[in-house]
Design a protein. Structure first.
Length: 317
């Protein structure tokens, strides 16, 4: 599939349509990016799922807009309980609901007359790089699966990024989750935990580069959005802790899997290990010099990532 040069002349607002679909009985808010010149035939489509703590207007839309310019319809959406989507308590981070959101997004795309239900792929970024493969393991309507800077949220909370977390940390969090559930049952407000500190001065002295870059993306004009990073509900941890993104990743086969990482990403081992566990056809695509967060929005790294994604989806859908 080649890029239609006319797409470069379109304004982003001309490519976008606000949409709503249902996921587990909840109204999910989305934006559908459409390619130019698709009237009269059914376009291939890609579901693009946002990072944990993010919203659809951030890096997910960066990739969706560029995929639309490459000839694909691309659907971004706020996870249930987050952003503009419905669900209480606000900020609940339920991995199983997140996977259901991906499947429901696919269902929505199959109902549209302008899209081809037999040519639907999915892309997950950061935590959604776990949710999307997890959903695709059992949803065969997803014809091609891709990730960018993937993270397994269950692994991250159980062991810490880089497996540096002491076991007692998770045990303490689970104790707190139980207490939080009891408190909610008694009528108290949900306990919220910030994804990242509000101010740079609150970052721990030993914060990793990825933590500092994540703060910069979400807390400065670079990527800040008022609906993002408003905290996650503490009792989510007892659902996150029992979730494993890649336990059955081999079931994606014979559909193709592409995982994209930066060569300098502290999270890179997650994708490397997932690719080892996956069955063919599979590919690990490494972008030289990029960190985990560089791939969210920096043009010099997003451009080669999208080029590979467009070629991948074009070949397999």
């Amino acid at each position: 599939m080649t890029v239609d040069a006319r797409n470069h002349l379109r304004k982003p607002e001309d490519m976008k349509t606000n949409v709503t679909f249902s996921s587990g009985g909840l109204a999910v808010a989305g934006i559908l990016f459409t390619p130019d010149g698709h009237a009269g035939h059914r376009s291939p489509a890609v579901v693009v799922s946002h990072p944990g703590g993010g919203v659809k207007e951030q890096t997910a839309s960066v990739y969706a807009e560029r995929l639309a310019r490459a000839g694909f319809a691309a659907l971004v959406f706020d996870a249930a309980y987050q952003g503009e989507s419905a669900g209480e308590p606000r900020g609940l981070e339920n991995p199983f609901q997140r996977a259901e959101d991906v499947k429901s997004a696919v269902s929505f795309l199959t109902t549209r007359d302008d899209l081809d239900p037999d040519r639907i792929g999915a892309l997950g970024i950061c935590a959604s790089g776990g949710f999307v493969p997890y959903a695709a393991q059992t949803d065969h309507r997803i014809r091609a699966v891709a990730t960018v800077s993937a993270v397994d949220l269950g692994h991250a909370f159980r062991e810490g990024l880089g497996r540096t977390q002491r076991p007692e940390v998770l045990q303490a969090l689970l104790d707190q989750a139980g207490a939080a559930r009891t408190a909610e049952a008694r009528g108290e407000a949900p306990w919220l935990v910030p994804w990242i500190p509000a101010g740079a001065e609150e970052l721990p002295a030993d914060a990793t580069r990825q933590v500092r870059e994540t703060w910069e993306y979400y807390r400065t004009p670079r990527g800040h959005h008022p609906r993002a990073v408003q905290g996650w509900v503490l009792r989510s941890i007892d659902q996150i802790a029992q979730y494993d993104s890649y336990a059955m990743i081999g079931r994606i086969s014979p559909r193709p899997l592409l995982m994209i990482i930066g060569s300098e990403a502290e999270s890179g081992y997650v994708s490397r290990e997932a690719i080892e566990r996956a069955a063919e056809p599979k590919e690990l695509f490494v972008i030289d010099g990029a960190t985990h967060v560089d791939l969210y929005d920096k043009d010099e790294y997003v451009t080669p990532a999208v080029a590979r994604l467009a070629a991948f989806f074009g070949e397999h859908m």
